[in-house]
Ligand binder design. Structure first.
Ligand SMILES: *Cc1c(COP(=O)(O)O)cnc(C)c1O
Length: 221
């Protein structure tokens, strides 16, 4: 199937759900991304700054770019002028740097807290206690150029659908709890970023608002 056929199928699956599609373009060349753009796709995700910046520069400017991979503080300045949302915030320190760079660009950058929900060992992501420490920290109050829009998570890489569903549903519950409990000028819980090529249909059923899909659109990397 072609990129446009894959997009058509996925968009039809998203119809009448709460989820929007982010086409994950990491490792795919601009020509392939152009194909998705021609087919109407305007929301793209990259997981590395080094790849995101040249693609931003090469492609049409009405594209909404999402940074979905781990972000180092010293790289924030390269994406602050244009990035639409950063899904991978895992510390207050990073949030402070995003705020500083967003202010320089006279922007407010939307951020998601990346939560650790999988069973496997990974270096990245917060647990509920750590996320709450950020949401309640006094330092957050002075950050006028970021807005925390919700949570992101990646399920365990497994064929066990029950486990994946459980991880997504636990995160959705946490999302609802935080949404109830925390609102301020820079906390506005709206987005739950869950679901990739292998599990986006489960994620949609569990309340995803943003699915991050790459290989199901563009083919194997
Ligand atoms: C690569 C990646 C995706 C998309 O993965 P696919 O399996 O190709 O759909 C989603 N989220 C993150 C954080 C990624 O790095």
């Amino acid at each position: 199937m072609s990129v446009s056929q894959n997009l058509k199928l996925i968009n039809s699956q998203l119809l009448d759900t709460s989820a929007q599609l982010i086409a994950v373009t990491k490792t795919y060349p601009p020509a392939v991304i152009q194909e998705a753009y021609q087919a109407g796709c305007r929301r793209f995700g990259e997981n590395r700054v080094q790849e995101l910046v040249p693609k931003y520069e090469a492609l049409p400017k009405d594209i909404e770019w999402h940074l979905i991979g781990h972000l180092q503080g010293n790289k924030v300045k390269y994406i602050a002028p244009f990035v639409s949302m950063i899904h991978s915030v895992d510390s207050l320190k990073l949030l402070q740097e995003i705020d500083r760079q967003a202010a320089k660009n006279h922007r407010v950058i939307n951020c998601l807290l990346q939560m650790y929900i999988a069973q496997e060992e990974t270096k990245f992501g917060l647990d509920a206690t750590e996320a709450e420490a950020i949401l309640t920290s006094p330092e957050l109050l002075s950050l006028n150029n970021i807005c925390i829009k919700g949570l992101m998570g990646m399920a365990t890489f497994t064929d066990d659908q029950t486990q994946i569903r459980k991880e997504f549903s636990d995160l959705k519950q946490l999302f609802e709890r935080f949404k109830q409990k925390y609102t301020s000028q820079n906390i506005d819980f709206q987005e739950l970023s869950i679901g990739m090529s292998g599990d986006y249909l489960i994620a949609i059923e569990e309340g995803s608002t943003l699915v991050r899909v790459g290989s199901a659109i563009f083919g194997r990397r």
